[in-house]
Design a protein around this ligand. Structure first.
Ligand SMILES: Nc1ncnc2c1ncn2[C@@H]1O[C@H](COP(=O)(O)OP(=O)(O)OP(=O)(O)O)[C@@H](O)[C@H]1O
Ligand SMILES: [Mg+2]
Length: 263
């Protein structure tokens, strides 16, 4: 995982993930209304919007945690709409949560190992040569990821002793452990000190450079905008604007959405 430039790069054009007119209501509440977005392969795409605008619902529908009422979700052109979460995961889409929930009593290394889908199998075949080889490979892979993320020294620390930022890094590590092609993150830098927040976003850029595609939801626009390729703005379940970086904040519809939300 060599480091590349940390600047956003133009996308290759192909969409890793796409939604087409995705809609979801909770009773009378129209939480998502015809949401269409594209996440170019190897890009970081950001969805912003005031509290309650539908960001987490969008992630839940895309990842199969909540069924869509209508519309489609495409992964590398294949329809994955309303597949159960484990099927979406099996196809290479990994999500992180607004509040990280690692297994708190397990060490950092164990949290990575259990994220690997093959790890359970290896336990069943204890003490065979194949088991030893597989364990070794998984442990080496996990250490490689921890070293890339700069938290190798925490390998035997229980997850409950990590800071908020370190927990976010662990979540990214878990996504890398299962070779995610698309990573969907709900507020990856919420509650993280600015210096660590920047370094988390730089890591995401390096990973995007390697071809991983990111869809992230985040409130901290002062920090996140420089690191993303494309921004979509959600308000009351609808995409009201789309653009690049700081430009988006000049869009009158976006100003209205945020001022309206504060008022
Ligand atoms: N399971 C549910 N049942 C009923 N209403 C829900 C459910 N989940 C979300 N909602 C409602 O849908 C709307 C969108 O909520 P959502 O959590 O997606 O917003 P958000 O943009 O993620 O907000 P925040 O920035 O606060 O995280 C809100 O009005 C919320 O109350
Ligand atoms: Mg949310």
């Amino acid at each position: 995982m060599e480091s590349g430039s940390s600047q956003p790069t133009p996308s290759s054009g192909a969409n890793a993930l796409e939604t087409r007119s995705l809609s979801k209501s909770f009773g009378g509440l129209r939480a998502l209304q015809q949401v269409s977005i594209g996440v170019a392969e190897g890009s970081i795409t950001l969805v912003i919007g005031p509290n309650g605008s539908g960001k987490t619902t969008f992630i839940n529908v895309v990842t199969g945690f909540i069924p869509a009422d209508s519309g489609r979700v495409l992964l590398f052109g294949q329809d994955i709409t309303n597949l159960p979460p484990h099927e979406v995961f099996r196809r290479g889409v990994v999500r992180t949560f607004q509040n990280p929930h690692p297994l708190k009593k397990l060490a950092v290394l164990e949290n990575l190992l259990i994220a690997e889908p093959g790890y359970g199998d290896s336990v069943l075949h204890s003490f065979s040569r194949a088991w030893v080889e597989k364990e070794k490979r998984l442990v080496e892979k996990a250490f490689g990821i921890l070293s890339f993320l700069g938290i190798e020294h925490l390998w035997d620390e229980q997850a409950m002793n990590l800071s908020g930022g370190q927990l976010r890094l662990l979540e990214i590590g878990r996504a890398l452990m299962c070779d995610a092609r698309v990573v969907i993150m709900d507020e990856p830098i919420a509650g993280v000190a600015p210096a660590l927040a920047h370094s988390i976003l730089k890591k995401l850029r390096e990973l995007a450079q390697l071809g991983i595609s990111f869809l992230i939801v985040e409130h901290r626009l002062d920090i996140v905008l420089d690191y993303v390729d494309l921004v979509y703005v959600l308000a009351n379940g609808r995409i009201v604007a789309e653009g690049k970086g700081e430009e988006i904040l000049k869009n009158p519809r976006v100003v209205e959405v945020y001022l309206g939300a504060e008022g």
